[in-house]
Write a protein that binds this ligand. Structure first.
Ligand SMILES: C[S@@+](CC[C@H](N)C(=O)[O-])C[C@H]1O[C@@H](n2cnc3c(N)ncnc32)[C@H](O)[C@@H]1O
Length: 307
């Protein structure tokens, strides 16, 4: 089995995801892979992955906004965005807190950070600052944050304790933390006839683990936070289901894009083969002709807690 460098961080081949329209004129498309980065991020940061991430964000935006509403995010607040990627969510958070608030986006990948910086400048969101930061080793800024947001990042960290210890030590009493991380990645699947897709899912899981991550990290996060003095306010599973025959189905588009884009990464990493990829494509094509076929997404869980 090939090994990805299980360094603390990771910037290599990120997963792709949801289909969202990506405007090639945006700064994201101009971003380059992070060949200069010290670590390897298993999903990568190339243009295809950035587009996939954009699609994924579009699909999950309403879930994020609902979570912020439940956590009482208000104009003027100070927000910390952990592992912000190309800044899709950071921009939304900056709009939510308005000019009187502040969002500090921390991101390991220089190219993602630069994309986020450019997008903030183009959108005129001066309240958004983006900083290069390794969540495994760099000290968290202490700015009296009101809310911390973390989505699809903890799952890639080989060690959670340094980050969680710092959150406990630096956040003020009453600060809220919100995680959207997977709790049961293996619900990912195409039914009823998705054996090649199931093997793709197993290969994806193996690659995440080989890079030092834990795809089901949200099974552990609530206890780890409680042990550090956080009050657990809510745990909420967020399942997704899609129809492979519907070209407008955002869930199906996301998952099919993931198989396509991350499949290429898995082949490069040695976890999958072109023959297996062709079998998965044939399965997906056959499923699109079956009105009863359906996709299930890997299950995210919302974790809301208070310091
Ligand atoms: C799947 S993306 C999610 C991006 C963003 N949170 C979102 O929801 O769109 C995972 C992100 O975590 C970042 N990341 C991984 N390891 C990191 C680390 N040690 N420190 C900071 N960021 C990290 C990656 O560079 C990538 O941008």
């Amino acid at each position: 089995m090939p090994t990805n460098s299980p360094t603390c961080c990771s910037l290599k081949n990120e997963p792709q995801g949801l289909n969202a329209e990506h405007d090639p004129s945006t700064p994201m498309a101009a971003s380059q892979p992070d060949s200069q980065a010290t670590g390897t991020y298993v999903l990568g940061t190339d243009a295809a992955e950035q587009q996939r991430l954009s699609q994924q964000h579009a699909l999950w935006l309403s879930s994020a906004q609902e979570a912020w509403g439940r956590a009482g995010l208000a104009a003027g607040e100070r927000v910390l965005d952990l592992g912000a990627g190309p800044g899709f969510v950071s921009l939304e958070l900056a709009r939510q807190v308005g000019a009187g608030g502040r969002v500090l986006a921390l991101e390991l990948s220089p190219s993602y950070g630069e994309a986020a910086r450019r997008a903030a400048a183009e959108a005129g969101l001066a309240q958004l600052e983006v900083r290069r930061h390794d969540l495994c080793s760099d000290p968290l800024p202490q700015e009296g944050f009101d809310l911390v947001w973390c989505r699809w990042v903890a799952m890639f960290l080989p060690s959670l304790e340094p980050l969680l210890d710092q959150l406990a030590a630096t956040l003020k009493p009453g600060a809220r933390v919100l995680f959207h991380e997977y709790v049961h990645w293996s619900t990912f699947g195409l039914h009823p006839d998705g054996d090649a897709v199931r093997r793709f899912g197993a290969a994806a899981l193996a690659s995440f683990r080989a890079a030092g991550g834990d795809p089901d990290v949200n099974r552990r996060l609530p206890s780890l936070l409680a042990a550090r003095g956080f009050r657990i306010d809510a745990l909420r599973p967020l399942p997704l289901l899609g129809s492979p025959g519907d070209a407008g189905d955002a869930v199906a588009n996301w998952l099919e894009s993931f198989v396509d884009v991350y499949g290429q990464q898995l082949i490069r990493q040695g976890f999958w083969t072109p023959t297996a990829a062709a079998a998965a494509s044939a399965e997906i094509a056959a499923a699109s002709q079956d009105p009863g076929a359906y996709w299930m997404g890997p299950t995210v869980m919302e974790l809301q807690a208070t310091r």
